[in-house]
Ligand binder design. Structure first.
Ligand code: ZN
Length: 131
């Protein structure tokens, strides 16, 4: 079974915490021991796992990526959003988390983030749970 949900990014770039939404899907699946795959079918967005305790970490990740200075590269892609395509490929479009005891087996400080690199847009996230 694959579940999906949409979200609306508000800025050009953003990291949106989707941990609670994914946890709700895991609970609804009633799978207690398995694997949860979180995937986004977009070429200018990504999925990552990182700290969710200090919100400044999200900003620092975006700031760190901006220091790669993709905006200064003369790309060929006519749409003009190659920096977002590059960031999407660097971070990757999916993550996998083990399910243990009916919950995502994340570390204490970990959260799951949808990464927007070419917003604002309405985006889709797919979640596949394998028990
Ligand atoms: Zn493009």
């Amino acid at each position: 079974m694959i579940e999906s949900f949409t979200l609306q990014s508000l800025g050009k770039e953003d990291l949106i915490d989707i941990t609670d939404t994914v946890n709700t899907i895991v609970t609804r699946s009633q799978v207690t021991d398995g694997i949860c795959c979180i995937y986004t079918p977009h070429t200018t967005a990504a999925i990552t796992i990182n700290e969710n305790a200090d919100p400044s970490v999200r900003r620092d990740i975006l700031k760190g990526l901006s220091h790669l200075k993709f905006e200064q590269v003369s790309f060929s892609h006519a749409e003009g959003n190659s920096p977002a395509h590059c960031k999407s490929s660097l971070i990757g479009c999916s993550e996998m988390v083990f399910i243990d005891g009916g919950r995502l087996n994340l570390g204490t400080w970990q959260g799951i983030y949808f990464c927007e690199f070419d917003g604002p847009r309405t985006r889709k996230v797919l979640v596949k749970i394998i028990g």
